[in-house]
Ligand binder design. Sequence first.
Ligand SMILES: [Mg+2]
Length: 269
Amino acid sequence: MVGELMQRLRELSAERENAALFFDVDGVLAPIRPLPGDAAVPDVVREALSRLVGSFKLVAMVSGRSAHEVALMLAVAGVTIAGDHGATIVRDGVEVSSVPPELLGRLEAAARMLARDGGLKKAGVRVEVKAASIALHVRGAADPADAMESAAAAASAAAAAFDLIHHRGRAVVDLRSPDADKGSAVRRLVLETGVRAALYVGDDRTDIDAMRALRFLEREGTPPLRSLLIGVASDEMPSELTEAADYLISQAEVLPLLKALERSSAEAP
Ligand SMILES: [Mg+2]
């Protein structure tokens, strides 16, 4: 990790009582696996995270998975989880923000429309209906590029029909509410906790919403906020991640980053 980034991490640790740490899960804490169900957060990462909880004002996971699923993957007490791309927020095991029923109706209708689409099945697209979004997975398809086109076309049609938005991620097209994204979740958590510094680590398109929201709060300056935005680079990363992030690291450098935060917290007064 570059020395300049290490210095920024030390500065963040020095004000940990007023700082938030935000982490995406897949591709950041959990290495990408061919099937999302096989992804896991390594024990060393869970242990490092649990040592940061209580030291920093807020340690939060921000994921496209449901908050419940993230809680099971992590099993770290005291973390805040923004699941379903920010539509659900769970703090200390208690849901503080949940999916509005009218959104559920629109998602169910979109899921029915996608289930009727024979082309998706033929292209090898796997449709996963989640609590507040629908993921069209193309990983494992015989022709992933062709599957991505089919998934994007179907998601676009469903989005138009049911007032949803769709976007391409890493081997996935997500369909979700236009009213909640990782940006709105991060903004809410920053304002509610009153933190003055925030770290965000993410690898995909939806994380850029969170990075932009933090950058926006920083520019607004009321309340004052310093942000440190870290992109996790991969072959599948969106090109905008390079512009949105202050630094790019590899997935293998995430654990050293957690350990650097832990070390500098122990050293800092
Ligand atoms: Mg990710």
